[in-house]
Design a protein around this ligand. Structure first.
Ligand code: ADP
Ligand code: GLC
Length: 481
């Protein structure tokens, strides 16, 4: 039995801010249990829901030398969906009403602590992974510490590490002196071929330099990040490690996201019944959110973190024009104040037509995916994107920009060949986006049978984890040798 440990800063059902949590919560369940024992370790955040904390059992604690202090490290354990989870407890480190705070220094300290605590606790837990699979910058120090601090320790001999990039934009960068102080790593590590990047210390870079393999969450993004535009100043390093870098597209949990059984929906439906049943969800949502109740109008959904990444500048530019069309828009998201206020403004200006829901809600997100006719995701960059996959599963036609995983998972509609699962445009240009939305409107209103066939093809596409889990298994096999 090969042993794999996922190390991450969030995971469903315990804590989620975005797609990373969906991946960490669903991929381990789909790795073949006959050959792999996959476990997950997360921080035990104070802000986790009590019902989640109630699932955890205290295992043990110890004190660890960290940042000039002896820090308490508690280890908790839970088993959910057949997967064993461990949690690192330290209430001072994992304080706050959400997992990530705004103070970069604190964030770096928190995740340096987490990374070191994970490695320190493994011998005590008694789980000796063959591969430690790290996710995003928060865990970038794990491969570094494995090669440094824990090198002399037999327990870690031969252990391999993988670094998966879910979002290259976030790297965990701060002043070298402070990071040296926090991590206890010596001068040797802070040179441009290691953790130093443009005069700062960079935790993700450390992970990318020291991991035995690197993956990211779609083929296109894997290629994009080796270019200057998408490379976030690490493209040189990624080109140098090209042979250790692969793209494996994300899947989604087909049980959690299933319109036939989803308990959040007013009316369940499947690939056969959607023509009759899906529209009832639209009615229900229109009523719930105070939109004009109308079966016929095209309802466009957005469920997203409201940040620059997601292309809201394009929407800001043409929203007034689009709102002259016969459409409705429902937004669910939180993030940058400028986008939160922008959507509040449009909801006020176009009452009954635009609904802005500026909060986080699992339940409402499922209703939006089910109720909408189309889903808009004009991202500036998108490593993979799960929202468009959920939309496809719910028979909601994605309208996306051709970047990263959006390009790899949404096949553009071709009216001559009657192929495709959505609509897409290439350039980061508001009018190109608007033209594409309007093209979708024309098909929706004038060629309903064609539209429904797009839905048929989208619902038939397979974005479960089946294929991608195999690719991860192949990579683990290759690493373990
Ligand atoms: P990212 O990870 O960049 O945020 P993804 O498309 O990969 O983007 O994943 C986003 C996930 O977070 C999806 O499951 C989406 O439904 C969910 N999500 C985003 N914002 C909200 C919100 N306000 N309420 C509920 N779910 C949300
Ligand atoms: C990141 C990316 C998103 C991806 C998710 C899970 O948050 O922004 O594109 O789907 O991670 O890999």
């Amino acid at each position: 039995m090969k042993k794999i440990l996922f190390v991450a800063s969030e995971g469903v059902p315990f804590i989620k801010t975005g797609g990373l949590a969906d991946v960490v919560g669903s991929l381990p369940k789909c790795i073949d249990k006959r050959y792999f024992d996959v476990r997950v370790i997360l921080p035990k955040y104070i802000c986790m829901k009590q019902e989640m904390k109630d699932l955890m059992q205290y295992r043990f604690h110890f004190y660890m030398d960290f940042h000039w202090k002896e820090e308490y490290v508690g280890i908790f354990e839970a088993n959910v969906g057949g997967v064993t989870y461990y949690f690192v407890d330290n209430e001072g480190m994992f304080r706050g009403h959400k997992p990530y705070g705004d103070n970069v220094y604190d964030e770096i300290e928190k995740y340096a602590f987490f990374s070191k605590a994970v490695l320190s606790s493994l011998p005590l837990i008694g789980f000796k992974p063959d591969v430690i699979h790290c996710h995003d910058w928060q865990t970038g120090l794990v491969p570094v510490y494995m090669k440094e601090r824990f090198r002399g320790n037999d327990f870690f001999a031969g252990m391999k590490s993988v670094m998966t990039i879910h979002n290259l934009k976030f790297q965990g960068k701060w002043d070298i002196r402070a990071v040296k102080d926090i991590t206890g790593l010596g001068d040797y590590y802070f040179t441009p071929d290691k953790l130093e990047s443009y005069k700062d210390a960079n935790l993700l870079k450390g992970g990318l330099v020291y991991a035995d393999a690197i993956t990211t969450v779609s083929d296109t993004y894997a290629r994009e990040i080796m270019t200057e535009f998408y490379g976030e100043k690490l493209d040189g390093l990624l080109r140098a490690r090209e042979h250790d870098l692969r793209g494996i597209v994300n899947g989604i949990d087909y049980e959690e996201f299933n319109p036939a059984t989803d308990p959040n929906l007013a009316h369940n439906y499947d690939a056969v019944t959607f023509r009759k049943e899906k529209g009832k969800n639209k009615r229900a949502l229109q009523r719930e959110l105070g939109l004009v109740e109308d079966d016929k109008v095209m309802l466009i959904g957005i469920v997203s973190r409201l940040t620059d990444q997601k292309g809201f500048d394009l929407i800001a530019r043409v929203m007034d024009e689009l709102c002259q069309d016969s459409i409705q828009v429902v937004v669910l998201g939180t993030g940058d104040a400028k986008y939160e206020n922008m959507f509040r403004h449009f909801a006020w200006k176009y009452q009954g037509k635009v609904s802005a829901n500026i909060y986080y809600s699992e339940g409402l997100s499922h209703k939006v995916y089910a109720a909408c006719d189309a889903f808009l995701m004009p991202s500036l960059f998108e490593p993979c994107g799960l929202s468009q996959l959920i939309s496809l599963r719910y028979g909601t036609v994605p309208i996306v920009r051709e970047t990263g995983g959006l390009k790899d998972t949404v096949e553009p509609y071709n009216e001559y060949e009657s192929t495709g699962t959505g609509f897409s445009f290439m350039n980061y240009n508001a009018h190109e986006m608007m033209a594409t939305v309007r093209y979708a409107e024309r098909i929706f209103y004038d060629k309903k049978r064609e539209w429904n066939k797009i839905v048929d093809r989208g619902m038939a596409a397979d974005f479960s984890w089946n294929a991608s889990a195999l690719k991860y298994q192949e990579m683990y096999d290759w690493l373990i040798g």
